[in-house]
Design a protein around this ligand. Structure first.
Ligand code: HEC
Ligand code: HEC
Length: 409
């Protein structure tokens, strides 16, 4: 009668987990609002299951046998997007190009646009080509709540755009219109302009869809080809074409779509201490100072094929528009229609948990150069300079309240 006893123990353990009693047994487990994991509310059991399978794909560590490289930056999505949060400077990516008389050449035939500084076996790593005269560094962003961002209409982004600052508030957000990828399928939410589409993902809003970003990441970050992009990377300087010996495409369309599904169904980052008096005061100051002119608090999604994402209100604190952020933040690297000094307002949701995935210290802004909220705010220039100065003019306790509000996001 060995078996039934074991089954009983397993059943007892299982029900402990199901009733959530394990949290009482393991007091160190973080609370839900302190982690960047979990699904959007209202998924069907089948969708919850699909999310779990996809979570494993996001964490998959690629090996040479799977087609890693031959040159690459990291071996898995989760290495950079640690716990779905912001990345550590040790995994920062480098992109390069040649800028000559205002004309940008991403040096595709020389291994651009991204540098792969690691390689399998004795295959030669990529080095910056001599022609590269503009180089940008990007730290990995958090990837929570992206399904909401993907499900809103272009119109809701355009509603905040004011390219010529006709409302005279000194802030002139505009859209990055980019060429669609070969595999892009337009939906009702999209409003093209002369064949170009509005980018809403990426630090310069250079990607239209999550799928665009995932296909790019697989290839440029991990050296993995997919049904959507079958050409493997190789070392263009040495001209050695193969290295991983895995047949292309190395992952299927369904693998890519599973990663997209994972990204779409991660919940919005949770708030903490929302009712705290200082947090509330900080929030009012954030509005008063005009941070919300770019870090726009509220959007609503359109109809989605995932019911749980249809017509939902969410609070990303971003307008998803490009802004001139001044010479201090100019990375010299134009992307799509974005100038080198322009950046997409990053969503601030989840930023209060940044240091949890960054090794206990914060690395803010596009390349992680700011180590505190105050530093990040004081580095705002260009169109944001007037709001920065208003923040700067607050008294110390008011500044602390704004920071407490950011910590609650
Ligand atoms: C080497 C580090 C690295 C790896 C590996 C990596 N990423 Fe990223 N990811 C980044 C960086 C850096 C950015 C921002 C790039 C930019 O905007 O220029 C980014 C951006 C994104 C975005 C857009 C987020 C937003 O808010 O706009 C998504 C989605 C994403 N990555 C998903 C993935 C997936 C899925 C994988 C695995 C296939 C992956 N990433 C692998 C570093 C990485
Ligand atoms: C003109 C638009 C604009 C205004 C106004 C603005 N921001 Fe930003 N903010 C941005 C952009 C764009 C970035 C990203 C810049 C970069 O990465 O180099 C940013 C980045 C940040 C970051 C870092 C986020 C991260 O994930 O690294 C914080 C924090 C922040 N802003 C807070 C504020 C606060 C507080 C105010 C008001 C005092 C404010 N911002 C006003 C556009 C704006």
């Amino acid at each position: 009668m060995e078996l039934p006893k074991k089954t009983l123990i397993l059943f007892a353990l299982g029900s402990l987990i199901i009733t959530g009693a394990c949290r009482k047994l393991l007091p160190l487990a973080p609370k839900d609002e302190e982690v960047l994991a979990g699904t959007i509310p209202g998924l069907t059991p089948a969708q919850e299951h699909e999310h779990l399978v996809a979570d494993a794909n996001f964490g998959q560590v690629f090996s040479k046998a799977d087609g890693l490289g031959p040159i690459y930056v990291q071996t898995s999505c989760a290495n950079c997007h640690v716990g779905n949060g912001k990345g550590h400077p040790s995994t920062t990516i480098t992109r390069f190009a040649n800028l000559n008389g205002g004309v940008i050449d991403y040096l595709i035939s020389k291994g651009g646009p991204q540098l792969q500084n690691r390689s399998i076996d004795n295959y030669p790593v990529e080095l910056l080509p001599a022609e590269a005269n503009v180089i940008t560094k990007r730290i990995a962003p958090a990837v929570m709540g992206l399904g909401f961002i993907a499900a809103m209409s272009d119109q809701s982004i355009l509603d905040n755009a004011d390219p010529n600052d006709t409302n005279g508030d000194g802030i002139s957000g505009r859209c990055n219109y980019v060429d669609p990828t070969s595999f892009f399928i337009p939906q009702n939410i999209h409003q093209p302009n002369s064949g170009k589409y509005i980018g809403r993902f990426g630090k310069k809003a250079e990607k239209v869809t999550i799928q665009d970003q995932v296909v790019f990441a697989l290839k440029q970050d991990i050296g993995i080809t997919s049904d959507f992009d079958t050409d493997d990377l190789y070392n263009y300087a040495s001209g050695i074409y193969t290295g991983d010996n895995a047949p292309d495409p190395e992952v299927s369309a369904s693998f890519v779509n599973s990663l997209v599904f994972y990204m779409r169904t991660l919940k919005a980052p949770p708030r903490r201490n929302e009712e705290d008096a200082d947090v509330k005061a900080g929030q009012s100051l954030f509005y008063q100072v005009g941070c919300t002119n770019c870090h726009a608090p509220t959007f609503t999604t359109d109809k989605s094929d995932i019911d749980a994402l249809s017509y939902k209100t969410f609070h990303p604190f971003s307008d998803f528009l490009l802004h001139d952020m001044g010479s201090g933040l100019d990375d010299g690297y134009p992307e799509g229609g974005a100038n080198s000094y322009e950046w997409r307002t990053p969503p601030l949701w989840g930023v209060g948990l940044a240091k949890d995935s960054q090794g206990g210290q914060m690395f803010l802004l596009h390349d992680g150069r700011a180590h505190s909220f105050e530093e990040a705010i004081m580095m705002h220039g260009g169109e944001a300079a007037s709001r920065r100065d208003l923040f700067s003019a607050l008294n110390d306790s008011q500044k602390k309240q704004v920071i407490k509000f950011l910590e609650s996001l």
